[in-house]
Design a protein around this ligand. Structure first.
Ligand code: KIV
Length: 275
C-alpha cells in the first residue's frame, strides 16, 4: 500500500486533470466526507475527489432518506471539508428541491461554491439541460447523477437498481449524452448494470464516477461510512468494507485506492447485471 507524499504532490486536482486521467485510462478515486478531520485524512492518503454528499442525511443526521437535507446543512458541511483539504477536488451536493428553477439552482449552487465546493452535483436527466447551461455560464461546474437518484426515492418506488431493461438503459444513456451536451463535466452513475456503466463511459468524453455501476467507469465513489463498515442495517451489494481486513482507517482507505486504481474494486460480487 502506498501513501501519497504531499510534500511532493501538492498540486491541487482540477477538472482538467480528471479529464486527462480519463483519457489516459487512470482510475479516479472518490469518497464522501462531511467534516474537516476525515476530509484531511482522505486528502493526505490520496483520494482525488471528495464528495460532500447529501448522504449526510442518512449517515450524519440519521434520516432514512436524503430528502430532509437542506442547503444550509450542505453549505455547513462543505465549509468544514473545504477548510482542511489541500489537494482533492471538492464536489458539493445540491439537496432535494434546491434546484426546482434555474434561479434557485444558481442561488443555491453559489452558496456551495462560496462554502468551498469546486463543482456542484445534481440528480436528474435531460430536463436539467437549461439549468446546467446557465450554471456553467456563471462559472459553476456541474456533475450530473443518473441511475438510482436517491432524492427521487418516492417516484422510483424505493432504492432499486435502474436501467435493467433495454428501454430503461437507452433512456439513461440518452440522459447522459444530454447532460454532457449541456456542459456537465463529470457524471455519477449509481446502481446500474455494469454493461450500461461501460457503455455510458465509452460514449462520453467526460469522466464517469460509479457507485454500483461496474468496474469500467472512469472512477469509483463510496459513502465513507460504507467503505469503513459503519453501515446501519443491511449492506448494499455494491459496498465493500475495507476496514474489515486492514484494521486501521488509513490502511483501509489506502487499500480502497489501490483496488480502484488496479480495477479490482468493484469485483463481480459488487456489480449488477441487466435483465
Ligand atoms: O450523496 C452521496 O453521497 C452521493 C453518492 C452516493 C454518490 O450522491
Amino acid at each position: 500500500m502506498s501513501y501519497i507524499n504531499l510534500s511532493e504532490n501538492l498540486v491541487p486536482l482540477t477538472i482538467s486533470k480528471l479529464m486527462q486521467m480519463k483519457q489516459e485510462g487512470q482510475k479516479i478515486t472518490s469518497l464522501t466526507a462531511y467534516d474537516a478531520s476525515f476530509a484531511a485524512l482522505f486528502d493526505r492518503i490520496g483520494i482525488e475527489v471528495i464528495l460532500v454528499g447529501d448522504s449526510l442525511g442518512n449517515v450524519i443526521q440519521g434520516h432514512t432518506s436524503t430528502i430532509p437535507v437542506s442547503i444550509r446543512d450542505m453549505a455547513y458541511h462543505t465549509e468544514c471539508v473545504a477548510r482542511s483539504v489541500k489537494r482533492a477536488f471538492i464536489i458539493g451536493d445540491l439537496p432535494f428541491a434546491s434546484y426546482t428553477s434555474v434561479a434557485e439552482a444558481v442561488k443555491n449552487s453559489a452558496s456551495l461554491m462560496q462554502a468551498g465546493a469546486q463543482m456542484v452535483k445534481m440528480e436528474g436527466g435531460s430536463h436539467l439541460q437549461e439549468m446546467i447551461e446557465v450554471l456553467t455560464q456563471h462559472g459553476i461546474p456541474v456533475c450530473g447523477h443518473l441511475g438510482l437518484t436517491p432524492q427521487s426515492v418516492n417516484t422510483l418506488g424505493g432504492f432499486k437498481v435502474q436501467g435493467k431493461t433495454a428501454d430503461a438503459a437507452k433512456k439513461i444513456l440518452e440522459d447522459a449524452l444530454a447532460l454532457e451536451a449541456a456542459g456537465a463535466q463529470l457524471l455519477v452513475l449509481e446502481a446500474i448494470p455494469s454493461s450500461l456503466g461501460a457503455q455510458i463511459t465509452d460514449a462520453l468524453k467526460i469522466p464517469t464516477i460509479g457507485i454500483g455501476a461496474g468496474p469500467d467507469c472512469s472512477g469509483q465513489v463510496l459513502v465513507m461510512h460504507d467503505a469503513l463498515g459503519a453501515f446501519p442495517g443491511r449492506k448494499p451489494k455494491f459496498v465493500k468494507d475495507f476496514l474489515a481486513t486492514t484494521g486501521t482507517i488509513e490502511k483501509a482507505i489506502a487499500l480502497y485506492i489501490e483496488e480502484v486504481k488496479k480495477g479490482t474494486f468493484p469485483a463481480p460480487e459488487h456489480c449488477f447485471v441487466s435483465n
